[in-house]
Design a protein around this ligand. Structure first.
Ligand code: NAG
Ligand code: NAG
Ligand code: ZN
Ligand code: ZN
Length: 303
């Protein structure tokens, strides 16, 4: 039995693969500047009856081309039957008392750049775009080239609808948008990838070690068993003490092939199942090691 016959690829080849992967990963890292995502903290304040309600949440992300600045003001809707501000003549129903305002616009109908420019031309200090219906609270960093001077933030559809309904009911809503934290999706992806790869490698090496030690334990156990069987089989083989006059003692007869000595009277010989015989002191250690007859190779365990 050869325990090393069906070896899987060894751990060293796996680690060299890992090294190659890491180098590949480092080479393919994208430019950090363009890919970072900045979250937006929104402090939304409005008055219901006599109560002033203030709600703070990190529920927006800045657009890719937005300046990373704070902006605040009244939240204002586009006039008309839809909220998408695609019509270049869209008016905004701005409250009298607000000197600074932020447009709340629905995603869709035209490009982000178009909407943002429509609001900017009407004097908005910032633009909040809420996502499509059915997208829950999902947001992503918008691309809106050509609107570099105005803060543009995306919020989820649910949050957007909530604000929309409040304002449509005539509630005055004030918002403060602040720069939140930076996320690097590619970085977390890399980290995730590396983590997965490292844990897979470790798991593989552990499995490999467990597998080989299992094999070697089984192998040692089997060898011990065979040794015990051989000892037992040797014990059952016939012994004979040579006497003067036996034909084996004739100096012209064969010698013991283990020690090359001729057989003499009083020598103790062991007779194998194949009828070959040798000095007991010569053949016993041989059989323990080889378990076959030195002359004909017959196996003493198979009779
Ligand atoms: C949110 O805005 C309100 C009104 O401007 C302010 O009183 C409150 O302190 C702000 N909350 C936070 C946590 O900044
Ligand atoms: C915006 O207001 C102006 C002036 O009141 C009006 O002429 C224009 O039609 C309005 N735009 C829209 C899209 O209703
Ligand atoms: Zn001998
Ligand atoms: Zn033999």
């Amino acid at each position: 039995m050869n325990p090393h016959r069906f070896n899987p690829p060894s751990p060293s080849s796996v680690s060299s693969l890992f090294l190659r992967f890491s180098i590949l990963l480092l080479l393919s890292l994208p430019d950090a500047k363009g890919k970072a995502i900045w979250t937006a903290h929104l402090n939304i304040t409005f008055q219901v009856g006599n109560r002033i309600i203030s709600e703070l949440g990190e529920n927006g992300v800045f657009g890719n081309h937005s300046p990373l600045e704070s902006v605040s003001g009244a939240v204002v809707l586009p006039e008309g039957w839809n909220q998408n501000a695609c019509n270049p003549f869209t008016n905004f129903s701005r409250p009298e008392k607000a000197d600074s305002w932020v447009a709340l616009i629905e995603r869709g109908g035209c490009t982000f750049t178009h909407k943002i420019n429509v609001a900017a031309e009407k004097g908005a200090n910032g633009v909040i775009i809420f996502n499509y219906p059915g997208t829950g609270n999902k947001v992503f960093p918008m691309s809106h080239q050509g609107t570099e001077n105005i803060v543009a933030v995306m919020i989820g559809n649910l949050k957007g609808m909530e604000l929309l309904h409040l304002i449509q009911k005539g509630v005055y809503v004030n918002i403060i948008i602040k720069v939140g934290r930076m996320h690097m999706p590619w970085l977390s992806q890399c980290v995730m990838f590396l983590f997965t790869f490292v844990s897979a490698t470790v798991a593989y090496i552990c499995l490999y070690c467990a597998w080989t030690s299992d094999i070697s334990v089984a192998y040692t156990r089997r060898r011990r068993q065979v040794k015990a069987d051989v000892k037992k089989a040797i014990g059952q083989l016939q012994l004979r003490v040579l006497r003067e006059g036996h034909k084996e003692v004739d100096p012209h007869e064969d010698t013991c092939v283990v020690c090359f000595d001729a057989y003499k009277p009083q020598d103790v010989v062991r007779i194998l199942t194949c009828k070959h015989f040798f000095h007991k002191t010569c053949i016993d250690p041989w059989l323990l090691a080889h378990r076959t007859c030195p002359m004909c190779k017959c196996d003493i365990l198979k009779r």
